[in-house]
Design a binder for this molecule. Sequence first.
Ligand SMILES: NC(=O)c1ccc[n+]([C@@H]2O[C@H](COP(=O)([O-])OP(=O)(O)OC[C@H]3O[C@@H](n4cnc5c(N)ncnc54)[C@H](OP(=O)(O)O)[C@@H]3O)[C@@H](O)[C@H]2O)c1
Length: 238
Amino acid sequence: MPIIACVTGANRGIGLALTRQLVRRGDRVIATARQPDRCDALAELLDSDRLHIVQLDLADPASLDAFPEKVARITDRLDLLINNAGVSGDSVPTGAPNTRWGELEPEGILSMMRINAVGPLLVTQGLVELLAKGDAPRVLCVSSQLGSLERKTAGGRYGYCMSKAALNMGLRAMAADVVERGITAVAVHPGWVITDMGGDDAELTPEQSAAGMLNIADGLSTDDAGRFLKWNGEAHPW
Ligand SMILES: NC(=O)c1ccc[n+]([C@@H]2O[C@H](COP(=O)([O-])OP(=O)(O)OC[C@H]3O[C@@H](n4cnc5c(N)ncnc54)[C@H](OP(=O)(O)O)[C@@H]3O)[C@@H](O)[C@H]2O)c1
């Protein structure tokens, strides 16, 4: 039975691989991009009537506000939401430093928090009514091993690590709230993946990571609500 999914940050990297695999297996996908008219990599899927490209910029409150209504014009239910969009390094819109000790600036860290931690929560909050009407509705928040408190023993990467740890805490609270409506939300570390963010030396292709995460999504039940998983389905330390 085909599902209706929404993938944020779908124009490149892991989000693009997730979108390709969902469309190819027959699902409908609402794929988000900051600039829908500049999504060359999604273009090959555009002849599919199963793909809808919708504008979303997690750093722009007006874009976040408008998003649920845009999705509701396409579908009256959502079975799967993958909060994949994210930023790392000093590439936040403000350009303010957020990675190295001694150079930190508040706007750098806060901008990273807005996109990586607050954005996924607000997207989920905005789509919760559509999710509640979905078939075994699930939410995957793409987190990172760098958001794990237990694993953080080296310095640096303040903005990214703090934002993914905050996303994990937001996920814990949100999962408890939405499971009451039958929605299962989890955090997933996608692995170290060859993308613009992960670099060329990473261990997994986007296709391998996406396949693992879709396998997780397919197998989730409400008993899994609030878990932190690795791309291969193993539990991730908090
Ligand atoms: N790659 C890894 O090794 C790795 C490891 C752990 C976790 N992750 C997580 O996996 C997710 C995907 O990463 P990736 O490696 O595929 O990264 P990527 O290749 O850099 O792609 C990031 C995606 O997020 C979008 N995005 C960035 N800022 C946004 C904003 N303000 N609003 C909406 N969309 C925005 C980008 O859109 P534009 O093209 O418009 O910039 C792009 O589609 C991220 O959450 C990342 O933190 C990745």
